[in-house]
Design a protein around this ligand. Structure first.
Ligand SMILES: C[S@@+](CC[C@H](N)C(=O)[O-])C[C@H]1O[C@@H](n2cnc3c(N)ncnc32)[C@H](O)[C@@H]1O
Length: 137
């Protein structure tokens, strides 16, 4: 394990400001992320914003990684609406980007209303999730 870690650390490259940014509508989630980033090289170069994704500016020609709510605590109708909104946002505001979206409930994938390029099973802790790739035009 230590050997793998040391070998991987040799390949760490500089992450310039402006390359990676992240957002969440929940301030506490952003504060947790800031704490985690303090332990990473170049973590201070990652910009974070408290914002609903629906209000983010246009994201063009980027790689988007998204871990939306799994719908455990949300009403059936609001979780579907959230995935409809996410699909609309990606289609209308993220041209020439590719998005990797983690689904706690694979049955929500059609709620994006976008063509899914591929999906793969991924364990997130002990939760079996699906990672779906969407290519935006
Ligand atoms: C499954 S948690 C993921 C938390 C964290 N981003 C991660 O990847 O570990 C889902 C997150 O989606 C956020 N969220 C829910 N609706 C949102 C929206 N409309 N815009 C932005 N974030 C939202 C919640 O605040 C929550 O932190």
């Amino acid at each position: 394990m230590e050997t793998v870690k040391n070998e991987s650390n040799k390949h760490i490259r500089e992450c310039p400001k402006g390359l990676i940014f992240g957002s969440d509508m929940d301030n506490e989630s952003i504060e947790f992320t800031k704490t985690n980033l303090r332990n990473l090289p170049f973590g201070e170069n990652i910009e974070l914003n408290v914002s609903p994704f629906q209000e983010l500016p246009k994201i063009e020609n980027r790689v988007i990684v998204c871990n939306p709510p799994y719908g455990v605590r949300m009403m059936e109708s609001s979780i579907k609406g959230l995935y409809n909104d996410l699909g609309d946002f990606l289609k209308q505001n993220c041209p020439h980007s590719e998005a990797y979206i983690l689904f706690g409930k694979p049955e929500l994938i059609p709620e994006l209303r976008l063509r899914v390029h591929w999906k793969k099973t991924l364990m997130n802790g002990d939760i079996e999730t699906k990672l779906a790739k969407v290519i935006l035009r």
